[in-house]
Design a protein around this ligand. Structure first.
Ligand code: DOR
Ligand code: ZN
Ligand code: ZN
Length: 427
């Protein structure tokens, strides 16, 4: 029998309301006991004194780029980077090459992750439309059989509202849900950053918040009319948060995420034309940033997802307006979120863990996100007080594109454990 004892850490498990200094015993990949002075009794001992022991983070939204775009990231580097960031489960978006719009690609992802991945659970998201072209529906049932957890055309909106409606009905039937990249491409036009004072000053074409909000409203109204479920990706505007808040109030089955960069960075970071600040949706303004934080605090936004979007240096070391959009986010998600949300006094660490672990597990309907006795031993060990300076050159991810390089935050990931096995440990 394989046993491990995490000794003397602060066990924080929002799902069961636990926050106490205790030992945590793992047996056969599951949480066997939590309590004071548990006997080691042949178990491998992990000294967690001064650290926080929490359910591993679960990322509802990332891009692992495999198959076909391995020069940006692959299932090996991506799952290693996820483990380094404290994630024990990740959902990978289908905008690969080929697109994950059929069962054979889904199977490829699951098999490669299982045999060559770091041990992090990988939950593939299938496409809504074939080739992400927004025309014909993908093979949702077959992909579900093969193991997808949700469907999305992420990277692109589903412009055809009737296709969205049909996809909602199929998704419901096959017990998956839609993750919407809410963006009106006509309103985006040739915009490359948030539209406002800074875009005018920099002479860069802007993207109105309406480009996001019009589609969030559309998504909500279609879901409401159908009585179906919709999850909104990367909400970044004050108006978007308000639309979700109002929809939830009237009982629409809507859930939503935001990403660490939307609660930590604003469009003035683009001054200097650093293409690492180019992301879609774009970095907004202070009022939007604060609204996203408020949305996380009051339950309007259900989860923090990284939208980890690694790109090659060659796609980023170019003029801002032609650079690829996206931020390599796994390895900064905790320190950035912890600093902006917990250190700032906006919420407790318990609440942050809920947003990064318990809530996404619940929305996805997967194991994890909980440390109750009998749960899978998918665990992260954290040092929330430690100062860390982000060094993109040291990223495990193949994507070194981050606007946080050189900045100092609070919060280190000390170890990541999946099924009772340490899959990543610092140092
Ligand atoms: O910035 C982004 N990058 N936003 C998206 O919607 C897609 C993603 C990507 O795939 O690079
Ligand atoms: Zn997206
Ligand atoms: Zn994305």
């Amino acid at each position: 029998m394989e046993k491990m004892l995490l000794r003397g850490g602060r066990v924080i498990d929002p799902a069961s309301g636990v926050n106490q200094i205790a030992d945590l015993l793992i047996e056969n990949g599951r949480v066997a006991a939590i309590g004071e002075n548990l006997p080691a009794d042949g178990a491998q001992v992990f000294d967690a004194a001064g650290k926080v022991v929490a359910p591993g983070f679960i990322d509802m939204h990332c891009h692992l780029r495999d198959p076909g775009l391995e020069y940006k990231e692959d299932l090996i580097s991506g799952t290693k980077a996820a483990a380094r960031g404290g994630f024990t489960g990740v959902c990978c978006m289908p905008n690969t090459k080929p697109v994950n719009d059929n069962a054979s690609v889904t199977r490829y992802i699951l098999e490669k992750a299982q045999w060559q991945g770091s041990g992090v659970h990988v939950y593939p998201v299938g496409a809504i439309s074939k080739g992400l072209e927004g025309k014909e529906m993908a093979e949702i049932g077959r992909m579900k059989q093969a193991g997808i957890i949700a469907i999305s055309d992420d990277g692109k909106p589903v412009t055809n509202s009737n296709l969205l409606r049909l996809a909602m009905q199929y998704a419901d039937y096959f017990n998956v849900f839609i993750m919407s990249h809410s963006e009106d491409k006509n309103l985006v036009g040739d915009g490359v950053m948030n539209e406002g004072f800074i875009s005018t000053k920099l002479g860069l074409p802007g993207i109105t918040r309406a480009a996001e909000e019009v589609m969030i409203a559309r998504d909500i109204l279609v879901a409401e009319a159908e009585g179906k479920r919709i999850h909104l990706c990367h909400v970044s505007t004050k108006g978007g948060v308000q639309l979700v808040r109002e929809a939830k109030k009237r009982g629409v089955r809507v859930t939503a995420e935001t990403a660490p960069h939307y609660i930590a960075a604003t469009d003035d970071w683009v001054i200097g034309y650093d293409s690492n600040c180019r992301v879609n949706p774009p970095l907004r303004e202070e009022s939007d940033r604060l609204a996203c934080i408020e949305g996380l605090c009051d339950g309007t936004l259900d989860a923090i997802a990284t939208d980890h979007a690694p790109h090659h240096l060659d796609e980023k070391r170019v003029e801002f307006h032609i650079a690829a959009s996206g931020i390599s986010g796994f390895e900064t998600a905790f320190c950035v979120s912890n600093t902006m949300l917990v250190k700032s006094g906006a919420m407790t660490l318990d609440k942050l863990i809920e947003l990064m672990s318990a809530n996404p597990a619940k929305l996805l309907g997967v194991e994890g996100g909980c440390l109750a006795v009998g749960s899978a031993a998918d665990i992260v060990v954290l040092d929330p007080e430690r100062e860390v300076t982000v060094d993109a050159d040291k990223f495990v991810s193949r994507g070194h594109n981050t606007p946080f390089h050189g900045k100092t935050y609070f919060g280190a990931v000390c170890a990541t454990i999946v099924g009772g096995k340490v899959i990543d440990q610092e140092g």
